[in-house]
Design a protein. Structure first.
Length: 101
């Protein structure tokens, strides 16, 4: 199952922008192909804090971006990315990542 947002289409752009910009080709592949293993779920979840840190740095620097990075993007990301991981059957991996944040 490829990544397809349920409600917030901008999250697809957001994830793909940061995955591409930061050189995470494995994340792009996961977005294109889906999550089928615990390792893929872990890889995706490990990317989320990296993405959040970079988003914050970009916001603080005033960097012009082709994607939405406003405050609502965090809750939208939580919903969409969490659904992606959990729907693939790896809710425990998502929960572990959230607990570490």
């Amino acid at each position: 199952m490829t990544f397809k947002p349920y409600h917030y289409d901008h999250i697809n752009d957001f994830l793909r922008y940061y995955a591409s910009t930061l050189g995470y080709t494995d994340i792009v592949a996961i977005l294109d192909n889906g999550i089928f293993t615990e390792q893929e779920a872990s890889t995706f979840c490990e990317f989320i804090p990296v993405l959040l840190d970079q988003r914050l740095a970009d916001e603080e620097s005033g960097k012009s971006l082709p994607v939405e990075i406003g405050s609502a993007v965090i809750s939208d990301l939580h919903y969409e990315a969490g659904s992606f991981v959990c729907d693939a059957g790896f809710e425990f991996v998502w929960d572990e990542m959230i607990d570490k944040l």
